[in-house]
Ligand binder design. Structure first.
Ligand code: T4K
Length: 383
């Protein structure tokens, strides 16, 4: 019989660099008295991320949501944007704040990303862009999406909040589309406590984004557009520089955790592992499973609840579906009958505890709880 964990096990824990290294870096920030507004830490992190992510241009923000919101603004989009309902609220809220109407497209039942084959049918004369999400770090069908965009003159933006460091056949994920957003929230593999960035290749976007994240200020005497305050400060950037040093070690640890999950779950019928990328391409952001109630015998909700009794706090990412938000109830594309795979995913997907310091023995115990549920259910159904 499995036993409850003494301490709660959360879906993730932030990757923390050595506090002494952080303190040392903070001392330099204190000495400089430059706390925000594009100081040395900001510029150094920006330079290092450009190399790490292999991107042409990068612009950093106080969080990923504002990065996406202002990225969409910089692209001067209008009308409708085709997107996925199976994502974190921030993706579609960034559209709302730009007065853009989301047009929800169903997802692929295997990758849970936007179904590229269903995009074209949703294009109207009002469509200006496709906003796709690399859900859980698994890449979208970038070539298909680009071909559709080129054919119809649309922009492509990727929400890569989960895809820091992901690659597609060795090519960095931000090489695709007009722009990719990364989130550096505390719960992300690479974190600056709160933070985010946009990666892109068009140099003309540099100035536009500089203005948008800093009140539209062009010079001491010139304000040229209506911007926001979305700057990454020096403490965030300084923490990021220290986190960047420990990220490879964390990726190795997460690789071992991922393998342990895969081995322990392999023989349980009705459980599918969703995060499929190999070590080279994975962002190691989440470890996610899909539970098929008809085969496993218990629903995702039941497993989620049962794990809590053992002090294990897996998460129903993403629940509820964005298309089910009240304020979209009048949108034809939000109707459940148009989104059958998304409606299924939202009932079946569970993000398991996943971080480098999660002991392999705990992974085995968590999987043991799931196996017990399966076995118990199976024997009950045979009575
Ligand atoms: N697009 C997508 C696809 C996203 O997933 C996100 C964010 C965004 C855009 C927006 O990017 P940001 O603006 O956030 O940069 C968390 C994160 O807050 C959010 O960043 C993330 N996605 C989302 C998937 O997860 P919650 O509401 O689940 O967070 P919370 O506070 O419940 O944290 C989860 C667990 O992590 C806790 O149970 C314990 C642990 N934790 C959390 C924090 C904050 C810690 O151990 N320490 C901490 O400091 O949203």
């Amino acid at each position: 019989m499995a036993k409850a964990f003494e301490q709660p096990i959360y879906v993730t824990r932030p990757l923390l660099p050595d506090i002494e290294d952080v303190t040392e870096r903070l001392k330099t920030v204190w000495d400089s008295r430059q706390l925000t507004n594009f100081g040395k830490q900001h510029d150094e992190l920006s330079r290092q991320l450009k190399t790490y992510l292999e991107v042409g241009h990068i612009s950093m923000f106080s969080n990923g949501t504002l990065a996406l919101l202002l990225g969409l603004k910089a692209l001067k989009l209008t009308g409708e944007v085709i997107t996925t309902p199976f994502t974190f609220p921030a993706t579609v809220q960034a559209l709302d704040w730009n007065n853009l109407t989301p047009v929800f497209c169903d997802i692929d039942p295997v990758t849970f990303n936007i179904d590229a084959d269903k995009i074209e049918a949703l294009i109207t004369e009002k469509t200006s862009a496709i906003l796709a999400v690399h859900v859980f770090g698994n890449p979208c069908e970038v070539e298909k999406i680009q071909a559709i965009a080129d054919k119809h003159g649309l922009k492509v933006i990727y929400d890569g909040a989960h895809a820091f460091g992901s690659k597609i056949n060795g090519v960095p994920i931000s090489s695709f589309g007009d722009m990719t957003m990364f989130s550096f929230h505390a719960t992300k593999l690479f974190n600056t406590i709160e933070g985010g960035a946009l990666a892109y290749s068009d140099p003309a976007l540099d100035r536009q984004l500089d203005l948008l994240r800093n009140f539209g200020i062009a010079s001491a005497e010139e304000v040229v557009l209506s911007g926001l305050n979305a700057k990454m400060n020096e403490v965030q950037a300084g923490v990021g520089l220290e986190v960047l040093k420990v990220i490879e070690e964390e990726r190795h640890k997460r690789h071992a955790v991922k393998k342990a999950y895969e081995e322990n779950l392999a023989e349980i019928q009705g459980i599918r592992v969703l995060t499929v990328l190999d070590g080279q391409s994975s962002s190691y952001q989440y470890f996610v499973i899909e539970i098929d109630e008809a085969v496993f015998g218990r629903s995702r909700n039941a497993v989620h609840k049962e794990l809590q009794k053992y002090n294990v706090f897996a998460r129903k990412y993403f629940y509820p579906l964005c298309s089910d938000f009240d304020w979209y109830s009048e949108l034809p594309s939000a109707r459940p009958e148009h989104l059958p795979h998304a409606q299924q995913a939202v009932q079946q997907v569970l993000a398991m505890p996943y971080y480098g310091d999660l002991p392999i023995s705990s992974v085995a115990e968590i999987c043991g709880i799931i196996r017990e549920l399966y076995v118990t259910q199976k024997s009950l159904s045979q009575i």
